[in-house]
Design a binder for this molecule. Sequence first.
Ligand code: ZN
Length: 151
Amino acid sequence: MKCPFCRKAELKVTDSREAPEMNAIRRRRECQSCHQRFTTFETFDLTIQVLKRDGSFEDFQKQKLISGLDSACRHTTVSREQVIQVAEKITMQLMEKQVREVSAREIGQMAMDLLQGMDSIAYIRFACVYRRFTDISELMEALKAVDRDKK
Ligand SMILES: [Zn+2]
């Protein structure tokens, strides 16, 4: 951390106390260089980073997952409530595993596992988007998986 006034990094913590209303720790800091005082807040970082296909990361957003599921489940037997339930289940699973990083592919797979037993069309549509089938044989494999599931 650098002093916001002089940009030097020699800081001393003069006081630390809880800020329960923000679920944070409040620290008074004093710059050893220019002697300016300021307050910092330390909070928990609970964001999960999603590794995207292009190699970049973004914060996991349940809302984004919901919209992805929504478009796959439109005009199927999967209701809006079920879509939200699936997204919540995935969010809970990620939090329980205490992962800090997950790939978009893994999230897609989790969603597919949940959709598979619910609605074949929603499953296939979602699979098309998430797996980005590059040829028809991959799509056929996914269709076979649905078929196997039914038996
Ligand atoms: Zn300073």
